[in-house]
Design a protein around this ligand. Sequence first.
Ligand code: PMP
Length: 369
Amino acid sequence: NVPGSSIGVDALPIRESLRGKSAYGAPQLSVPVQLNTNENPHPPTTALVDDVAESVREAARELHRYPDRDAVALRTDLAAYLAGQTGVPVTVDNVWAANGSNEILQQLLQAFGGPGRSAMGFVPSYSMHPIIADGTQTDWLPIFRRADFALDVDAAVEAIRARRPDVLFVTSPNNPTGHSIGIPELRRILDAATGIVIVDEAYAEFSDAPSAMTLIEDYPSKLVVSRTMSKAFAFAGGRLGYLAAAPAFIEALLLVRLPYHLSVVTQAAARAALRHADETLASVHALAAERVRVSKALEDAGFRVIPSDANFILFGEFTDSAHAWQAYLDRGVLIRDVGISGHLRVTVGLPAENDAFIAACDDLARTEL
Ligand code: PMP
């Protein structure tokens, strides 16, 4: 007897293009080993927690006022981090921030997509790209990757020339397959592009491949590099994504962002977390080493492993991946069915979590599959 529960979404005058679509839906289950959403499994240090708490306490004195609408201090800190990490001398004018990189991507499509416009992506890739396209009424143009999930640059260039998308998504390292794109290949794509190119680098810190940011100077009217504090920075709950691009892009986004979108609390907490970047990012090396260990264990157990540059691994092959996903869950290990036939994705966790996953793999290889 929830008031109004007699009607379903179909009874609402929802936009036709949204009818029958599914919402983003990584299951949030309480399971001993959660390796399904590509978070950093290392909890924040006590020093970071204390700094966040003290910074938010200080910021709370200003809660009766709206926050800095342009988040200048936070963007300045992000620019300093990016310049250090990539060697590209970006400043506050090159950087924009929002509540997670999902909001960054949505703002970009609000400004550069929309009715009568199209966005192209190389699938399988991040499931939110088409969902954000739908939400902004941007036509979605999926182009398939090769059978080994690598991006086929010749096919990409051909598709770009034929379809002339207004927005192009290149995810590097790609979620859920783990491949990075090289700078020469990216140049070919940028040269062919007629619209903007969003390089989604949510997992950049896990990869040794150079950042697309090195190309901003050469492609100022095309290239946007999207990043997040959700992965390597272990700040998924803090909700902070950002981008680097020519300053003109930030001017464009000011036209679509909601005023005061980043709360006083978010800005203070993110700045505190950035002050501890060195200690947080130390976990990236440990996770990369665990990725190698888990990949090897999977291979030894007879699975197909897609080589990964990120903090997750796509593996198979299963005759029935939905059944296999459930079999892992029955053994207390939550991984991800990303909708690729015969494959599942596991996030690299803490050593003990990875041990539990490997034990489940060995068990499954022996019994079920
Ligand atoms: N891009 C990619 C490729 C991702 O995998 C994710 C998170 N799964 C995001 C963007 C969005 O992350 P967030 O909104 O937490 O920054």
